[in-house]
Each structure stands twice: as C-alpha cells, then as structure tokens.
Design a binder for this molecule. Sequence first.
Ligand SMILES: *[C@@H]1O[C@H](CO)[C@@H](O)[C@H](O)[C@H]1NC(C)=O
Ligand SMILES: *[C@@H]1O[C@H](CO)[C@@H](O)[C@H](O)[C@H]1NC(C)=O
Ligand SMILES: *[C@@H]1O[C@H](CO)[C@@H](O)[C@H](O)[C@H]1NC(C)=O
Ligand SMILES: *[C@@H]1O[C@H](CO)[C@@H](O)[C@H](O)[C@H]1NC(C)=O
Ligand SMILES: *[C@@H]1O[C@H](CO)[C@@H](O)[C@H](O)[C@H]1NC(C)=O
Length: 710
Amino acid sequence: MATVWTQQGSREEGSSRRNLLGWGLMIILLLSLILVFSVLLFYTFHTCGPRPCESPVCLELVASYLTTGNASALPCTDFFSFVCGNLMSGWTKESRNILQVLKEKNQNRLRKILEASAPWPPDSEEEKTVRFYKACMDTDAIDASGAEPLIQVIEELGGWRISGNWTLPDFNHTLKLLMSQYGSFPFFKAYLRPQPSPPHLPVIQIDQPEFQMPFRPDQKNYPEILRAYLSYLQQLGTLLGGDEKVVLEHASVSISTTSKLLLAAKPLDQRKQEGKLFQETTIAQLQEMAPSIDWLSCLRAMFSPVTLSPSQPIMVHDLEYIRGMSQVIGQTPKSRNDYLQSHMILGLVSMLIPALDSHFQNAQRNLSQKLQELTGQSPITIPRWKKCIEQTGNFFEPTLGAMFVQETFSHGGRDAATQLFSEIQNALSRHLKKLRWIDEGSRREAQTKLSKMKVEMGAPEEVLKPDPAKQDYQDINFGPSFLQTFLSCSRSLRERTMRGFLGPPYSHSWKVSPWEVNAYYSMSDNVAVFPAGLLQPPFFHPGYPSAVNFGAAGSVMAHELMHIFDQYLVPGGCPACDMPGLHGELLCLQQHYESFSLPAGSTFNSSHALLENAADMGAVVIAMQAYRKWQQKHKGETILPSLGLSPYQLFYQSYGQVMCGTPNLQDAQDLHSPPILRVHGPLSNTPTFARYFNCPKGTPMNPGKHCQLW
Ligand SMILES: *[C@@H]1O[C@H](CO)[C@@H](O)[C@H](O)[C@H]1NC(C)=O
Ligand SMILES: *[C@@H]1O[C@H](CO)[C@@H](O)[C@H](O)[C@H]1NC(C)=O
Ligand SMILES: *[C@@H]1O[C@H](CO)[C@@H](O)[C@H](O)[C@H]1NC(C)=O
Ligand SMILES: *[C@@H]1O[C@H](CO)[C@@H](O)[C@H](O)[C@H]1NC(C)=O
Ligand SMILES: *[C@@H]1O[C@H](CO)[C@@H](O)[C@H](O)[C@H]1NC(C)=O
C-alpha cells in the first residue's frame, strides 16, 4: 500500500524536493498511525478483554457457581471445596450430587411438559402419551374401579384357590400367559439380546428373575423380614376377597418357595469370580436339565412371531439356578399345583401395584416402611407424579423423548453440542500422535476407532427424525380401567421391542432415556451417547462462555472418548506397547491417587478405579487442548460476571462443578473415584491448572510431580 501511495505522489508532483517533503510527511503519518494503533490495542486489552455474558442463562450460572462454591476456600489448597464446598455442607448423610440435582430438574421439566394443556391432535402419539400420564395421576378414578379389574385378570389366568372360581389350571399354561401377556416372570427371566459381534443376531437369554424378596438367610433380622413379607402377601390376598385362613396358607407356601429359589441363585459377583457367567445350550438340552418347565411352548409364546425349534441355541445365565428352580417346582405334588398358581399370581399382583388402587399402594408402603426399619436403609418415598413419569417414559419413551428434546434441546443446542464434540474428537486425534507408550499398530487402530466413532447427541436418531409412516401405539386400548390401559401398554411395548429385533438392520439401541443424565461409550458398537438430559445448564448451553461448555460438557465427552484406550491399559492389553513405559505411567497414576487422603469413613479401593481415573486424567488434558484450539480460531469469548475468573480459570471451575457430590457409598458397582478425587486427581497433575491459578510449587494442587500417561 505504501508503494502505491509513493508512486502516485511522484507522478503527480515530479520534483525531488517535493518528493523529500512527501517522504517526511509520510513518516510522520506512519508514526502517528502506529501510536493511535497502540493506544487502541492497549485500550482493547485493558477494558474490553472477554466481555461478560449478562444473559439470563449466564446470570443463572453465576448464581449456581456462587451457591455451590465456597469462596473462602483456597483454590490451590482445596479446589474441590472452592468449587463444591457449600453444596456439600448441607448434605451430610445422604449421597447426592450435582447430577442428581440435574436429574430432578429434568423430571420437573417432564412433568411440566406432560401437565401442560397443549392441544395435541386426538390420537396422536403425543396425545396418547399425555393421556396415559393423566390416567396414571387420576387416583380418584383408579380408586373407584377398586379391585374388580384385577379380579378379572386373575379369572383370565384360570383363577386361584384364594378367591373366586377355582379350576386347577395347568401350570405351564399360566406361566406362558404371565410371561407373554403380562410381562411377569415368576421363576426365570427370558429376553432377547443382540450378539456383541456383527451381524448382531438376537439370542434368547434365560436368567434369574427379579426376586420380590431379595434377602438371604444371613441377612440381619431375616425372620422378621420374612414375617413382614408374609403379612404383605396376606394383605394382598385379603384385598382380593380371600378367606383369611386360605390366604395365610398360600402366602406361607409362596414365601417358602421364594426363599428356596433365592438359595438356588448365586449372586453375580460369585458367578463372575467362578467364571460362570453364562452357558450356551439349546432348548432341547435345557428341557432335559430343567424338566419342570415346558420350555419350547413357553419361549414360543414369549417370542412369537419368531419360529423356534428344539435345536434353537440359547444362552443360559446361572445354569445351576435354572436346575435348582426346576427342582423346587418339581417338588410340589401335581395335586398341589394350586400353591404354584397362587405363588405366580401373588407375584403378578405385586408387579401391578403401581396400576392398582390406594389399598394396594398402602400395603406396599407398609411393607417398605417395615423393611426400612429392619434393614436400616433410609426411607425413600417417591411421589406419585414421579412414578407416573417413570411409567410414561417406559411405555412411550420415543415420544416423551422427542417432546423433551423439543422443549429443552432445540436445534441450536444440538448443533453446538455436535460442534463441541467434534472439537474434542479432533483434539484427541491430534494428541494420539504424541502418545509415547503406544505402538504404531495400536495407534492406527485407536485412530481408526476414533474417526469411525458414531456420536448420538440428544436422543436416538429415530426419535429425532421419526418415520412418519410408522404408527406406534395404534394397538393401545385406553380403559375402561387404568389397569387395563397399563396392561395394554405393556403388551404394545413388548410387540414393539420384538418388531425392533425382527425389523431393520441392527443399530445401537440406547441404554438410557434421552432425559437421563448418563453419557456413555459403547465399545462393541463404537458409539458415544450424550443424552439431552445431560447437555443442560449448568453443564452446557449454546449461550454460555465456551470455557464453560468445554470445561463441563466437553470434559464429559472427552472422558467417554478416553475409554477407547481401556483395552490397552488393562494388564496384558497391549503386548506391543512400550511396556515398561506404560507400566511406569500406570504406577505413577495409582500412586498419585493413593497420595490423597479420603473423606472419613470412605472405604474406597483405588485399584478398581484405575481405568476411570485414567479417563478423568485424559479428559482434562484433551478438553483443555480442544479449548485452546477453539480460542485461537474464534474471537468473542465471554466470561461470567462477578466471579473474577479468567476464561482458563473458568474452564477448570466448570470441570470441577460437574463432579460436585458426595461419594456414593451404597453402590459397590461404581468404579469412579469419589468426587473429591475426581477433581483433585487430574487437576493437581495439570501444570496449566497451577499456572492459571498461580499455585506455588508444593501446594496440594501443585505437588510439582506429574504423571504423563497422556
Ligand atoms: C469454607 O471454607 C472455609 C476455609 O476453608 C472454611 O473455614 C469454611 O468452613 C467453609 N465453609 C463451608 C460452608 O464449608
Ligand atoms: C364362577 O363360574 C360361574 C360359571 O362359569 C360363573 O357364572 C360365576 O360368575 C363365576 N364366579 C365368579 C366369582 O367369577
Ligand atoms: C410343564 O410341562 C413340562 C413339559 O411338558 C412337564 O414335564 C412339566 O411337568 C410341566 N410342569 C408342571 C408343574 O406341571
Ligand atoms: C398399613 O399399616 C397401618 C398401620 O400399621 C394399618 O393401619 C393399615 O391397615 C395398613 N394398611 C394396609 C393396606 O394393610
Ligand atoms: C484393592 O483391590 C485389589 C484388587 O482387587 C486387592 O488386591 C487389594 O488388596 C485391595 N486393597 C484394599 C486396601 O482393600
């Protein structure tokens, strides 16, 4: 530009003196331009910086950070208290966390959707969904119907000795009806599950049932527990018009049948230890091993219209239980099949209690109160609306999911979340090239897995883009009683599930509902799933500063992606890797986590959490790298007002907030570290954290030594 200017000048004036004067002027002009520019730059940096986000969603987030965090705690000493301190102080005994707070918010959102007076077209899927919920909430109508609808169901099953007409029904026939028409599994569970490898053909699985009375003789207060169940079953029988003496006799036999079955069942842990998780067999072989059940006709009824032959391969979990169960049934003389009939029907009544009148609800409430006294568990009272939402979600999941997404995860949200995910995915892909312990072959394998990974954001595809030709719920009949509606929904669901297995080619089916707060990665399908219920404030919103979205939702996404590496990190998982290097880093990781003292009373064994700890460590690294890259490409980052946190500090604050919670002491299956470790473990290992929070070397959050697995 300067050259053009000079040439123009010399052509117009033509004299060397003027030319010199021109040069002088130009230099002065340039200097003043530079000065103005510097002043502008200075001004920009000092007053504008990242602009505070003052929108309602941001202000709400600020309020949430201020109420959960403890500003008096020192970030370099105890970052967890700094972020979560106030939230924790109110909850001393109960295990709660920020995810549970979000879960409750989502339940309230569902309630609002279902209770809104939206004018859905009659007989549309939405209208049926709402109609079911309203029928479930209409306890006056349910009470008005009384026990009559249930008595009718019992007649359809051939009656029972306890009340009404009694006709010595055929055991196998009742069992078949219960399983196929009522979804009740008194002796064993049967279901289809796709094989883990392509073409993912569904295989019949036979497993233990869900026991109504899941207590073993070594349980504290066992005799009292048995008595509580006995009195509960007596109440059910009496409510159905049974004679007191007959009810007592049949209820006692039912209790003793259940305890015998329970003794035959091995707990899952024990089966895992013995390596006896399941066994492949055929229906004919199973018939020989467990002769008390007519397996072929039972499974045919259950899985119609699939055609089954005796040579059909099936998968049996806990074969010893199935044998023992058959013996328990076989011990009953044929002339006393009325005991088995009563046992099966009592199980059905228990299962149907959510759809029955308040007398039955009270009987169940009495039982759970008694059990809480006897087992010392803290009482849980679930309000009716939550139970009705659960049932509505169970029967009408695709529609309720679509309504939830529509309301809370609009297009802008979904696009922004998908964009965020691809930034995380790209960051991991770049980082993978730098991993030191992995060999070339495994690196390529992981790279392929990463690039071919499918992500499902918000809700399953068929929920987001439903097939207009598909008419779900057409087979559902409403009424005349809620019990009949409930049973009709349950049959319709079973048919849909079967059609799903028979119809289109295999696709990943979600393990969670769209409104839930659990993200997960399915290794066998190479699919990462992020439900809309999780991608909500305070973890994600398109209007948030990017630092928040990357730090919270982004690290959740990164955490799931890191599970790609699980297979290499388990012992013997990567023989071609640099084994001494990998071992060294894993040992470093373990020692790093063991160096923290745990909250009092916690009996956590960190060696079980190795993979989750590794994923947490990697998640912080990858999400931060993705955020930096994003910062370089995009202008206009915002911050949150009143917190005094820079964008990078905000990133770590948001990461910490996802973890706020107390350790889940009841769930022995949970492989994650306690929340305080999920914050301090990765962040004290992150040099950039120490830098952005100015943590001197030697403070708890900057111990000075770093594991470099990632
Ligand atoms: C907040 O942190 C300070 C300093 O660690 C502590 O004294 C105080 O008890 C904490 N407040 C709460 C509510 O935990
Ligand atoms: C018993 O059976 C008879 C004849 O089938 C029928 O008329 C009667 O209504 C039944 N009783 C009950 C209580 O269902
Ligand atoms: C169920 O049917 C099987 C096969 O026909 C038979 O062996 C068994 O005895 C029946 N069970 C009962 C309890 O009647
Ligand atoms: C539940 O327990 C209360 C008090 O113990 C009792 O009065 C009531 O009858 C019981 N409800 C049912 C349905 O048995
Ligand atoms: C933790 O679990 C590992 C592996 O199951 C076991 O070897 C170790 O003894 C356990 N440590 C403690 C303290 O229980």
